[in-house]
Design a protein. Structure first.
Length: 323
């Protein structure tokens, strides 16, 4: 496989970023502005409810964006997913069908839909290749989210096959960075640990509780680096198969906790709570295809952690987010 040629997004093109107030959508907007794309169509979830089919179709018909990044989703960590499967299922299914079919009807020239590595089989061979999708049973803690995201991913392939629409899908890994959710229960592990260690440092707490055994392995990707890769895919990749996009590097939750403690400057004990679920034992993505095609990540976990902690502190100081 050789590096793919670039077909640049015209700088004046009208681009819809669905979910721009979320962590991923926000990073895509930053990246697009950085490369000079300013003709962005952005709607908050209050302005446009993507689960409302009529509203979504009408919006797309009147705006007629040329490019679309579908980063809108109901997301959450292991606990939030397992508590609200109906919501995670129906909302993500509705967003996928409304945005993708609406984009088809409105003649969107190119669309990128985002999946997530947790939609691969729970016990997929590691590192997980694109072709491992739909080859085994899903992880039960996020089955609803996974089924909805698989539907969105496959819809892109079917619209390409039946109508020739240039719709592609990307499979990011566990993401983190500015704009993340730092809620103590509903967030993903990395922001949850930043918050826990930060608060423990301030209060002088002797220990911090980390959920599960500490043994699960995860791959973490800094969201602005992901956005670079998504824009790269938009400009280089067209194909029915989705693309894995990550760092190809993994750490255990115990190692992550140690790294977060070091970044935050917390020196107390780290205690594991095995009564909380571990989730998938391991999910490392095989990124050899996107590497061969010409994209590689640049920001590693340590650097991303420092940037994210700096952002978290800024938000605390501004008092805007109410954490
Ligand atoms: O990030 P996380 O919630 O999601 O949990 P998943 C990852 C691992 O970190 C699990 C452990 O083994 C957790 O038990 N962990 C330790 C913690 N301490 C904490 C904590 O304070 N908070 C959280 N949240 N976890 C998600 C899926 O799975 O992956 C989503 O549920 C999504 O659907 C996301 O796709 C990427 O990596 O297990």
């Amino acid at each position: 496989m050789s590096a793919l040629p670039r077909i640049p997004i015209p700088r004046e093109a009208k681009i819809w970023v669905a979910g721009h107030n979320g962590m991923v959508g926000g990073a895509i907007v930053r990246k697009l502005r950085e490369i000079g794309c300013d003709n962005l169509v952005l709607r908050s979830s209050k302005e446009l409810d993507l689960t409302d089919q009529r509203a979504t179709f009408d919006f797309l018909q009147s705006e007629k964006p040329e490019y679309a990044f579908i980063a809108a989703a109901k997301v959450g960590g292991i606990w939030a997913n397992s508590q609200a499967p109906a919501e995670f299922g129906w909302i993500n299914l509705a967003i996928a069908t409304n945005a993708i079919h609406g984009a088809h009807l409105a003649g969107v020239r190119k669309l990128l839909y985002l999946g997530s590595s947790c939609i691969y089989p729970r016990l997929a061979p590691q590192p997980i290749r694109e072709s491992d999708l739909l080859t085994g049973a899903l992880e039960p803690t996020n089955e609803a989210y996974a089924v909805a995201k698989i539907a969105g991913l496959r819809l892109c392939a079917w619209y390409r096959r039946q109508y020739g629409d240039d719709f592609i899908a990307a499979m990011p890994t566990n993401l983190f960075g500015p704009g993340d959710n730092f809620h103590p229960e509903k967030s993903h592990v990395l922001p949850a640990l930043i918050r826990k260690f930060h608060e423990a440092k301030l209060s002088g707490a002797p220990e911090v509780i980390v959920w599960g055994s500490g043994r699960p392995l995860r791959e973490f990707h800094y969201v602005d680096d992901l956005a670079d890769g998504l824009v790269w895919l938009m400009e280089h990749y067209s194909g029915e198969e989705h693309r894995n996009i990550g760092t190809g590097e993994e750490v255990s939750i115990a190692q992550l906790a140690k790294m977060v403690a070091e970044t935050v400057g917390y020196s107390g004990r780290i205690v594991f709570d095995p009564s909380k679920p571990d989730g998938t034992p391991r999910k490392l993505m095989d990124c050899s295809k996107i590497h061969a095609e010409g994209w590689h990540h640049r920001i590693g976990l340590r650097e991303g952690l420092e940037k994210t902690y700096a952002w978290f502190l800024e938000q605390k100081e501004s008092g805007l987010r109410g954490w």
